[in-house]
Design a protein around this ligand. Structure first.
Ligand SMILES: Nc1ncnc2c1ncn2[C@@H]1O[C@H](COP(=O)(O)OP(=O)(O)O)[C@@H](O)[C@H]1O
Ligand SMILES: [Mg+2]
Length: 337
């Protein structure tokens, strides 16, 4: 049997309702209902795997990560880390788990990377000599040794995110939880961060759970993927397994520059069309003459085409097949300031 690093059973998290404002009370508006962020999650993550937890905004990813790192208590159900219960054995769990929350602003921008890590090591009560050694180790691991004495305010977003991960690695955790680590990074910084995460698993032999709402990221990076939707894991397998099961059909993917509306109007008449990252997707294994015909009509209408080709099913197709919802979210743009 596989060695299980993380296990949850019927894990549930309900947030109490927001308080009504005075005006709402006076107007006798009904009380707001409690919100169920996790609705019975069953999950087994094996030791040494890179597990991608994929889900749209609001799916419950951060809530799950916070429960697994003991930052939040579950409402019901079980969660164990290396067999330790997140409620009863919280302190032991914290020794084994490192967590890096997305959008975390907990770095001191006026301090250098080394000073930041020293500060955190002292929060963790690390003896001085050990702290110095660990700081050098984690700096090297995330590739920041050369810039370790620069102030964080001069760091790019990608470097700041590396420093967050270094902080998460300080206590040498078996398990690392990364909550949307590439959000807001430019494509290049995102790619290099993904390579770092992969290395933490392949060379450093840690177990990583990475949450993301980027389909291509989960696809490219994960050993296995759990699809989280409205607080439930609705599918769990390797990327290839998910595709084979839920999205067998090829599609014609039409990439256009700018607004895809004009191309969409033309493709609508052809069948099942959906917007995807960078363009449109027309379901079905189309013969070459039909593809040529579509290309000609798009060209005639003046649609600025960037590409037009048959593609294998994507993880996005899996998501749509499972939920009936699209998840169009282009890779982040912008500079690595
Ligand atoms: N402290 C809280 N109080 C009330 N609702 C919350 C709280 N934290 C999260 N939620 C709600 O729970 C749902 C899941 O949130 P979250 O776990 O942050 O999702 P994700 O990380 O996948 O975007 C969201 O609808 C969010 O608004
Ligand atoms: Mg989140």
């Amino acid at each position: 049997m596989a060695d299980i690093a993380i296990r949850t059973r019927a894990l549930t998290k309900t947030f109490p309702p927001k308080k009504r404002r005075l005006l709402e009370v006076v107007r006798r508006e009904p009380k707001k209902p409690a919100f169920t962020a996790l609705a019975g999650v069953d999950l087994d993550v094996e030791r040494g795997e890179l597990f991608g937890l994929l889900g749209p905004n609001g799916a419950g990813k951060t809530t799950l990560v916070k429960i697994l790192s003991t930052l939040l208590l579950p409402t019901e159900g079980e969660a164990t880390v290396s067999g330790l219960d997140v409620r009863r054995d919280a302190e032991e769990v914290r020794k084994r788990v490192g967590v890096v929350l997305g959008g975390d602003r907990a770095l001191y921008w006026r301090l250098t990377a080394r000073e930041n890590l020293w500060y955190f090591s002292q929060l963790y009560d690390m003896p001085g000599a050990k702290a110095k050694k660990e700081i050098e180790r984690v700096l090297a691991q995330v590739g920041l040794t050369d810039r370790a004495d620069d102030r964080v305010e001069n760091y790019s977003k990608g470097m700041k995110q590396r420093l967050h991960i270094a902080r998460g690695l300080l206590t040498d955790p078996e398990i690392l939880l990364l909550d949307e680590p590439t959000i807001g990074l430019d494509p290049h910084a995102g790619r290099s961060l993904r390579a770092l995460v992969r290395k933490l698993v392949d060379e450093d032999h840690r177990t990583v759970i990475l949450t993301t709402h980027y389909m291509y990221e989960a696809d490219e990076l994960s050993d296995r993927i759990g699809v989280l939707h409205k607080g439930k894991i609705i599918a769990l397998d390797t990327s290839a397994g998910l595709k084979a099961r839920y999205a067998k059909e090829k599609a014609l993917v039409v990439r256009v520059k700018g607004d895809p509306a004009a191309a969409e109007a033309i493709l609508r008449g052809e069948g099942d069309v959906r917007r995807v990252e960078g363009g449109l997707r027309l379901a079905g294994d189309l013969p070459q003459e039909r593809i040529s015909d579509i290309a000609a009509r798009l060209a005639k209408a003046g649609v600025p085409l960037l590409g037009l080709q048959m593609e294998e099913p994507s993880l996005e197709d899996v998501f749509v097949a499972l939920t009936g919802e699209g998840l169009v979210d282009a890779p982040p743009e912008g500079d690595d300031e």
